[in-house]
Design a protein around this ligand. Structure first.
Ligand SMILES: [Fe+2]
Length: 377
């Protein structure tokens, strides 16, 4: 039951196809904004190939030196590139780069003169009426966020301790290029946390109130691939076959939750990240098994979910996730992230993100969330 829609063309292969993708856009762009992550990326083989492919275009490069951009960062980047009248954006990087590419595509040509203005544009979704939205191409260099196939971008608002979202079906990428070789040099912790993020996307999508027969097929396929390969990718990071399995798992998870959104585990993860600085994928995975246990009776075809995880019950999912945390250098206990009872109470109060918590198959109270948090304290 239900309907499925995703506007992104997906190209699984090598980044070299970017040249043809840009040449095929109508109208063909002459000015391309290239967003990359900072650090040593400019010296990478991927950047070398990309520079060659973009040789026929006028390119302005913007290097993102931060992760999890907030509304102030977005405003600063928006101002920085405004004068270069780009007609297309290519974003190559992790979730932060792709979310920024998507946001700048959504805001293109808008009159925004202050951070307060931008906050209003985002909160009141004024960008939905923007007539100048431009196409963007997403090239993920991590396997996890799924941002290349979803139509929303996370923009933090640290000044107000909330997560904002730019969200519209008009801002799907024109094309996503999935090139697993780009993930080969990812450090262990990032490999594990992004893969766990994708595992949560797929699992939460599966039991989401908005799941449908198509999204559930993608979700189960994602879970199987990630569960089978996550330990291998941590132990054999250079094995391109394993990297490809995780990249496909992440892509399928993205295709699943692009239509369903996430649920309670993601909703609780946002204050865990804001208050305790826990990496996004770890923060979401900390509560996944407990949320599964509480949701269990409300899950459609729950036997298929357990089968995809290769387990008999939710406790075994908890054991599996704790094992992945351990081998990749993370703790599964909030105490180890400097939590205390006062912070737990703040996190429980701020765990009710609109569009996420209300998408969970059963309703949680603050008391339920506190119990979930105390189970991993
Ligand atoms: Fe996520």
């Amino acid at each position: 039951m239900g309907s499925y829609y995703n506007a992104v063309k997906v190209n699984i292969g090598s980044i070299e196809v970017v040249e043809n993708i840009l040449n095929d856009l109508e109208p063909k762009p002459s000015k391309v904004l290239l967003l990359t992550r900072g650090g040593d990326f400019s010296k990478s083989q991927a950047m070398h190939i990309l520079s060659k492919c973009l040789g026929g275009f006028e390119v302005e490069k913007l290097e993102l030196e931060i992760s999890n951009p907030d509304v102030e960062d977005l405003y600063s980047y928006f101002q920085q590139v405004k004068a270069f009248n780009y007609q297309c954006i290519v974003g190559i990087g992790g979730g932060s780069v792709l979310d920024l590419a998507k946001s700048l595509a959504a805001l293109k040509g808008m009159e925004i003169d202050s951070i307060a203005d931008l906050r209003t544009v985002i909160e009141e979704k004024v960008y939905k009426t923007n007539q100048n939205i431009i196409p963007w191409v997403g090239i993920p260099t991590t396997s996890g966020t799924g941002s290349e196939v979803t139509c929303w971008a996370t923009i933090w608002d640290r000044a107000n301790s909330v997560k904002l979202s730019i969200d519209s079906e008009s801002i799907y990428a024109n094309t996503a290029i999935i090139d697993p070789s780009l993930t080969r040099s990812l450090p262990t912790r990032l490999t594990a946390s992004t893969a766990l993020d994708a595992l949560c996307h797929a699992t939460e999508s599966y039991w989401s109130k908005n799941s449908n027969e198509i999204s559930r097929v993608y979700a189960l396929e994602a879970i199987k691939r990630i569960v089978l390969n996550i330990e291998k990718v941590v132990n054999q990071p250079n094995d391109i076959t394993v990297r490809k399995e995780i990249a496909l798992g992440s892509l399928y998870a993205g295709l699943a939750f692009s239509n369903t959104r996430t649920t309670a585990s993601h909703s609780i993860s946002y204050p865990l990240t804001l208050e305790l600085g826990i990496d996004h994928g770890i923060a979401a995975s900390l509560t996944l098994a407990k949320v599964m246990e509480l949701n269990f009776e409300a899950i459609t075809e729950k036997d298929k979910l357990l089968h995809a995880f290769g387990v008999k019950n939710c406790q075994e999912v908890q054991t599996f996730i704790e094992h992945i945390h351990r081998i990749s250098g993370f703790s599964s206990r909030l105490k180890d992230y400097n939590a205390n009872l006062e912070i737990i109470d703040v996190i429980a109060s701020n765990a009710f993100t609109k569009g996420r918590m209300d998408n969970n198959p059963i309703a949680f109270t603050k008391h339920d969330v506190t119990n979930i948090l105390m189970s991993i304290y």
